[in-house]
Design a protein around this ligand. Sequence first.
Ligand code: C2E
Ligand code: MG
Ligand code: MG
Length: 280
Amino acid sequence: PIESYTRNLSFQATERMTLELEQRRAIERDELSLHYQPKLCLHTGQLVGAEALIRWNHPVFGEIPPDRFIPLAEDNGMILQLGDWVLQEACRQMREWQDSHAPFGPLSVNLSGSQLRQTQLVERIAGTLSDFGLAASSLQLEITESFIMTQAEEALLILHELKKLGLQLAIDDFGTGYSSLSYLKRLPLDILKIDKSFVRGLPGDPDDAAITRAIIALGRSLQMTVIAEGVETKAQEIFLTSEGCEQIQGYVISRPLSAESFAANFLGPLPIGSAEKAPV
Ligand code: C2E
Ligand code: MG
Ligand code: MG
């Protein structure tokens, strides 16, 4: 009935406003954190990096998933502040790990479309890396296919600048965003990330299997490293390995973990003899 529909709408509007207000204070109140999910190489079984994923733990509402507040932050402009915070925190954490653990990386950070349009994004990233004494190669940026494809010419320029800095670039959620293949070829991308919606049906669903196979072939022919996200089962992992996918990320390896758990479970000790030259 119409009445419950409008009630529902105003509930949603109120919820949205509350979230917006709360979001403005989340950084000051220290309610945000990053969790880290490992990425594994299927050929060697080695850790090849991790993805930083934002977490918001609200004192009253509890854990609010990024799918609920990132789109909101993109609409109201807060994403620039959140994005800066994420970049800072990821680099701070990476510095700490490089000082106390065996080398690993790169660490991936998700970048939203509005961040890519931010003036001086390249300078900001370069500044943050140098503040923490990190090489550009220790950072990877994940950018969704849908953003890259809708902002074609604009994105091309910025991606080339980021690439020149020495960062690794990944196209995220690939397969969901209507790529123009001739355009894709012109982009300086290192990594192609198969969206988890195609991985879910593997190995049984013939459509998902065909799409996954085609994406892997496309990535390889464009000389990109192909990674599958959302890998939950051994059967999915085996299928991906047999089709030539190089890396995986997903619950079959690990859920995203707090920095402490990630280090305890996945990072090795600092190699002997390297301790003296750690901090500068
Ligand atoms: P994404 O970048 O595609 O990240 C992958 C999502 O899949 C993450 O959800 C991750 O927790 C989840 N995931 C990992 N392994 C599995 C699995 O085996 N099965 C399933 N079903 N899911 C898995 P999360 O952390 O809720 O993040 C959702 C989205 O929010 C991200 O999608 C990304 O687009 C966005 N996001 C997260 N952190 C940030 C951030 O710091 N900045 C920006 N701009 N966006 C972010
Ligand atoms: Mg991502
Ligand atoms: Mg994704």
